[in-house]
Design a protein around this ligand. Sequence first.
Ligand code: NAP
Length: 251
Amino acid sequence: MKRLNGKVAWVTGAGTGIGEAAALALAGEGATVVLTGRRRGPLDNLAARIDGPTQVQPGDMTVSAEVDGIAAFIKAELGCLDILVANAGLNIPERDWSNLTAAGVDTLIQGNLCSAFYCTIAALPMMRAQQDGLLIHTSSVAGRFIGGLSGAGYTAAKHGVVAMSHSINMQECVNGIRSCVVLPGEVETPILDKRPAPVSAEDRASMLRPSDVGDLILYVACLPAHVVVNEVMISPTWNRGYVAALGRRGQ
Ligand SMILES: NC(=O)c1ccc[n+]([C@@H]2O[C@H](COP(=O)([O-])OP(=O)(O)OC[C@H]3O[C@@H](n4cnc5c(N)ncnc54)[C@H](OP(=O)(O)O)[C@@H]3O)[C@@H](O)[C@H]2O)c1
């Protein structure tokens, strides 16, 4: 008997990176995984690699009607939603005030913050009816600390995700609902391709692997219902920000 047998987990941003790793980890423990992203190809590819029940449900999480449609599918076809991993997110290369545009801000806030709100709003009615449910939100260390790498829009949106997750616990704990916000440092995933400056292979090799975060998400998902991990930060030991600061100190 696997620990998540009979559980339904909806993972957004499941086609690549952290979401892919989380879906694999959750499925490996027996969960039925619902895989969402905008592109069907990576989701179909992932589903083919999972030895267990999967549902491929493509959708754009910045469009609330599409989010609601997938939630309705889950309710109708699977009957419950135990775990939501609201992980879809993005960044853009234009991160400085000198090149940030209104359209860029829309992309960042919609893609990182509104999407998490829409998924949460869609998931909570099912979880309230069950008086049980776990939400796991992928924020970022940029959601806790303000640095120079991630850009103002991404940093603001990820701070919003942290605030949102804590507010869920404050109001929904009486309904048996738990929310955990995960704050990763640098993870070697396709999002790095959106950095303004290319990231070297050596730097990528020092970063977290997607499976490191996927395993953390699985750990949180397997905790008993009376336990909530409110917030957790995970970063590579060779933290490039810390290493750079050490270098400056020596100058
Ligand atoms: N890698 C890092 O260093 C790092 C650090 C801290 C936090 N994070 C966060 O971790 C999460 C996962 O990112 P990742 O690093 O794994 O990068 P990734 O491989 O680029 O994954 C992001 C996923 O989200 C999906 N997605 C993006 N916008 C979407 C939308 N509107 N609707 C549905 N799906 C959408 C993408 O697929 P489609 O393009 O097919 O939609 C993609 O599969 C993000 O929230 C990111 O901000 C990453």
